[in-house]
Design a protein around this ligand. Sequence first.
Ligand SMILES: C[S@@+](CC[C@H](N)C(=O)[O-])C[C@H]1O[C@@H](n2cnc3c(N)ncnc32)[C@H](O)[C@@H]1O
Length: 231
Amino acid sequence: MPRPQWASDAIDIERPNAARIYDYLLGGSHNFAADRRIGDQVVGVTPGARGQARINRAFLGRVVRYCVGQGVRQFLDLGSGIPTAGNVHEVARSEAPDARVVYVDIDPIAIAHGRDILADDPRAHTLGRDLRDPDAILDDIVEGKLLDLHEPVAVLMVAVLHAVPDADDPAGIIRAFTDAVVPGSYLAITHGTDEGNPERRAASSRSHGKPTRRSPSGARARSRAFSTGTR
Ligand SMILES: C[S@@+](CC[C@H](N)C(=O)[O-])C[C@H]1O[C@@H](n2cnc3c(N)ncnc32)[C@H](O)[C@@H]1O
């Protein structure tokens, strides 16, 4: 397949990448044969993977539309993946053309694709940052004048917090972002879980016998703890 314009030469399109596999599961067009091969294997093992990804992305779209309806014009999408297939800036702009978006992801490939896709967009930016470092992200936003933190911001942490272990203090990370935004701002979270899926839960507890990065089984309790004290 010829290299498309949105994938610069620096990106290896022969090697599968998690963000592009996720894009494939979403039904997006920013993926390659190597990604699709692994994506099909994922679906073979977890038949619901495609549906979960799409339900999650649909939720993201509803959140964005709701926030725009509440007058919010700024979005901080933490753990954004590749900004394609129902991405935040397009959904927001369909209702509010002046909406500004900052995408943040830790994956260099997702960031490289994001930069290529958004190269001509002065109101949408991608930051290659770890959300566990809120100060660095907030500094980038202020110094680059990417968002105006005196105006409301929708902070989105969609399908990413399960990658942040308790030891990294996810609640403290959330607080750092919610403390940085003004009243009238919003926080949206979804969290991966295997609750309600005994088979996956058993497999998960086998592989999670020792403390690991992910703790999907505690998703509900975690999410409750995360929202404590937010406004
Ligand atoms: C499952 S995807 C979710 C993408 C998008 N938020 C959505 O819901 O459609 C999770 C993304 O979070 C990113 N991610 C994981 N840990 C991160 C971290 N510590 N900081 C920033 N991004 C992270 C991954 O690279 C990946 O692109």
